[in-house]
Write a protein that binds this ligand. Structure first.
Ligand SMILES: *[C@@H]1O[C@H](CO)[C@@H](O)[C@H](O)[C@H]1NC(C)=O
Ligand SMILES: *[C@@H]1O[C@H](CO)[C@@H](O)[C@H](O)[C@H]1NC(C)=O
Ligand SMILES: *[C@@H]1O[C@H](CO)[C@@H](O)[C@H](O)[C@H]1NC(C)=O
Length: 286
């Protein structure tokens, strides 16, 4: 290998192992929908996003696109009555047949638990939902939500506890997995009273608007695809990380899965196509 390209490779690897880089909402993100409902706080290190009416929420999007990486932020979900509101936190490609990695926080009546919804779309196809109830009150303070996307697996973390893993079984078993389309990371708050809370039975009490989600400390450790040249190239493979959770993490995840998981598409046989369990559900899941 030519020495200059070896130096470049070392640089890419060094960047990949550097850990989560501090970022700033004002400098590193745009507000592409209803910017009047967003407020930067603490010099752009914090943010609030409000849902002010049925048709006026707010959306945040990173300026950079990436293939593989880890995105973390602290969020305090809407306090009090959040019925019919949905706060989302996800990574998604742009255009048709998109890839997407989702966290959605479905609001509830005062005193009733939020639902944490997760899903993965590849090539426009999702149907890989898993839901949890939180083991803490996510409206009483900030908690750390992380999406980690690597060539081996996608991991959803809450306060550094892995709650779900979706492994890459594309090459070995033909299970679609996002590997090639650059994604932006997003967060939004919007109205979904027709379905979000208790199946749509509980509507939003608009007299309580605005509904405000608060954010702090966004951290981006991503393989940037937005720079000159446009492509992330093979450097992004350096974002592989470990392909297996540590045994401590596996224990934590098992605790969440056993006690706080409220929905798993793998056991929802009514939704299986032709009575067949999805392929990945018969393989080691983490
Ligand atoms: C809010 O919007 C949804 C559709 O987007 C509609 O079905 C619902 O009736 C609206 N609610 C109010 C209070 O306007
Ligand atoms: C959030 O969790 C991630 C994943 O464990 C961690 O790397 C990051 O440092 C945490 N952020 C904060 C602000 O604690
Ligand atoms: C809201 O609370 C009810 C009652 O505790 C619960 O069944 C439901 O899963 C919670 N979440 C949503 C989004 O409705």
């Amino acid at each position: 290998m030519e020495s200059s390209s070896r130096a470049l490779l070392l640089l890419v690897v060094a960047a990949a192992v550097a850990g989560l880089a501090a970022a700033n909402f004002r400098d590193d993100c745009d507000i592409p929908w209803e910017p009047q409902n967003a407020r930067f706080t603490s010099d752009g290190n914090g943010l609030t996003m409000s849902l002010v009416s049925n048709y006026s929420g707010c959306m945040l999007r990173t300026k950079k696109q990436f293939i593989y990486g880890t995105v973390s932020t602290l969020i305090q979900l809407v306090p009090g009555d959040s019925a019919g509101t949905v706060t989302t936190y996800y990574a998604s490609s742009v255009g048709d047949n998109h890839d997407e990695i989702d966290f959605e926080f479905l609001g509830n009546e005062t005193g009733q638990p939020y639902t944490f919804h997760t899903n993965v779309y590849t090539n426009g196809v999702g149907n890989k939902e898993m839901q949890f109830k939180p083991w803490f009150d996510p409206t009483a303070g900030y908690h750390n939500y992380t999406i980690s996307w690597s060539p081996c697996m996608i991991i959803w973390y809450v306060d550094s506890v892995p709650i779900r893993v979706f492994r890459n079984y594309q090459a070995s078993n033909g299970v679609a997995f996002p590997t090639s389309r650059p994604m932006y990371a997003y967060s939004s708050i919007w109205a979904a009273e027709d379905w979000a809370t208790q199946g749509g039975r509980v509507k939003t009490d608009w007299s309580k608007a605005p509904f405000v989600a608060s954010y702090d400390n966004i951290q981006l450790d991503i393989c940037d695809c937005s720079g000159s040249g446009g492509g992330c190239g093979t450097g992004c493979q350096a974002y592989a990380g470990a392909c297996q959770l540590s045994s401590a993490e596996l224990g934590q995840m098992q605790w969440v899965q056993d006690n706080y998981r409220i929905y798993d598409y793998c056991v929802d046989y009514k939704r299986w196509t032709n009575g067949q369990k999805p392929v990945e559900c018969n393989l080691p899941r983490y």
